[in-house]
Design a protein around this ligand. Structure first.
Ligand SMILES: [Zn+2]
Length: 456
């Protein structure tokens, strides 16, 4: 951990320390990031407003002759109501249309609130709207909910959950249920890849743009040349893989969607999270760097795969070129480059890494038995795990896993693993991972029943 040794030599020394902490300390960087989530109504262009910092994702409003169009609808009723109240101070015109950029709950949970603010409101989405959650529910899969709560830090006390990297700390109402109960859903679906929509005296284009989600679209408002990117852009290294568990996010399609947006020659860019980017030059540079940085990681990964490298080997060599890694909007606040590399590998080649030793590996218990024998017994292993805690907490966690696999789930082992996870999490900038480490550490300290899946 990059902390200062407490030796109060001089004020100058302390100042130097503070500067260092702010520049490189993950916790300080995430705290600084909270400025990005300040509640605000931003005038992006004439008759275009974006509400940021109300909950998890922004909501935008375009004002036309006879009505307004709303883009994305907040995560729950109260956030949607708060935004609508602010928008009503700007215009009383009825909601004529709503566009959902994709089906994730943080963009759709307040739909019914905006739908009730107009008559015969056109609600637009792509044909495959909600594809991801349908896929999970068709399979009967529920574990992504548990993992999602860890990733989101919902189990953590407010102090340890700084933010999620692209949104402030927010505990939503049960948005999905409210959404379903209110019966609000899309009334219009895209029948083509690019479709012009006219309502409320406003003309916009909706463009199919697979990326973070398969049902993603972007909105192009030609009159003021504003692009509303949905989750294909936010200020962070993109979440090419979400550790709550997601099917492969098509990275090539994502790159292509960014090219489509660049080709519109937008003046302003409203992302699916964080504050908008204003001005043509900054918008073009940002979108181009964003696309090219993803392309670089994709190309390096594919090249390594073609050389027969495994995911574990790939993450050692695939790196973001320095010209991109210096850019704040490509920092790993939300997504993580290593996890993206692994996702690209498994997205194309599946789980088998190519090494025959991986085809039928020893079970965790068999491997643990052999390692314990090699180490000279469980006591030696536990003391090794303890002694490497500060130097190499990852190794401590892995050694604890051997003991847990053999059923040594006593307080000593569980608390030691929790210590290790907290040290790793504290060093990690990626807020989703940090939340996950701290959540599992908390569960290890508090629970004896659920050690199994947590330990693995
Ligand atoms: Zn989102």
């Amino acid at each position: 951990m990059k902390t200062c040794t407490i030796v109060p030599i001089s004020i100058a020394f302390l100042l130097f320390c503070n500067i260092n902490l702010a520049a490189g300390n993950p916790e300080a960087l995430l705290q600084e990031r909270n400025a990005e989530f300040k509640q605000d109504i931003i005038e992006v262009a004439p008759n275009v407003y974006t509400a940021v910092g109300y909950a998890v994702s922004p909501t935008s409003m375009i004002i036309g002759e006879s009505g307004i169009i709303i883009i994305d609808t907040q995560i729950d009723s109260s956030a949607a109501q708060a935004v609508l109240t602010e928008f009503r101070k700007i215009t009383e015109k009825p909601v004529a249309g709503i566009v959902l950029t994709h089906g994730h709950g943080d963009h759709t949970g307040g739909l019914h609130v905006f739908a009730a603010a107009g008559k015969d409101v056109q609600i637009w989405a792509r044909k495959n709207f909600n594809q991801e959650s349908r896929k999970f529910s068709n399979a009967g899969l529920t574990i992504q909910g548990t993992r999602g709560a860890r990733q989101g830090g919902f189990l953590l006390p407010p102090g340890s959950r700084i933010n999620n990297g692209v949104a402030k700390q927010y505990f939503p109402e049960r948005g999905g249920e409210v959404f379903a109960a209110a019966g609000a859903k899309p009334t219009h679906y895209l029948s083509e890849d690019r479709q012009r929509v006219r309502t409320g005296g406003i003309e916009i284009d909706l463009v199919a743009a697979t990326g973070e989600a398969y049902d993603e679209l972007y909105v192009w408002y030609p009159k003021e040349r504003v692009v509303f990117a949905g989750d294909n852009f936010y200020k962070s290294w993109p979440n090419l893989y979400a550790i709550r568990g997601t099917p492969y996010r098509d990275v090539l399609a994502w790159i292509n969607s960014l090219s489509l947006m660049i080709n519109e020659k937008p003046k302003h860019l409203v992302g699916g999270h964080t504050r908008p980017i204003l001005g043509e030059e900054q918008t073009t540079i940002t979108l181009t760097n964003y696309r090219d940085a993803i392309r670089s990681i994709f190309d390096q990964t594919i090249a390594g795969m073609n050389r027969g490298l495994t995911p574990d080997e790939l993450v050692e060599i695939v790196k973001l070129p320095e010209k991109y890694s210096q850019l704040d909007y490509l920092r790993e606040y939300y997504g993580n480059i290593e996890w993206g590399v692994r996702a690209i590998f498994s997205g194309y080649l599946g789980w088998f890494d190519g090494n025959p030793s991986s085809l039928f590996p020893l079970s965790p218990e068999e491997e643990a038995k052999e390692i314990v024998k090699l180490a000279g017994g469980t006591d030696v292993l536990l003391s090794k795990a303890r002694s490497s805690l500060l130097k190499n907490p990852q190794w401590t966690a892995q050694l604890c896993d051997y003991l847990l696999a053999l059923g040594y789930a006593d307080d000593d082992v569980r608390h030691l693993k929790a210590d290790a996870l907290e040290l790793i999490g504290g060093e990690l900038l990626t807020a989703t991972g940090r939340n996950y480490y701290f959540s599992v550490a908390k569960q290890l300290r508090e629970s004896t029943d659920s050690v199994g899946p947590i330990a693995q």
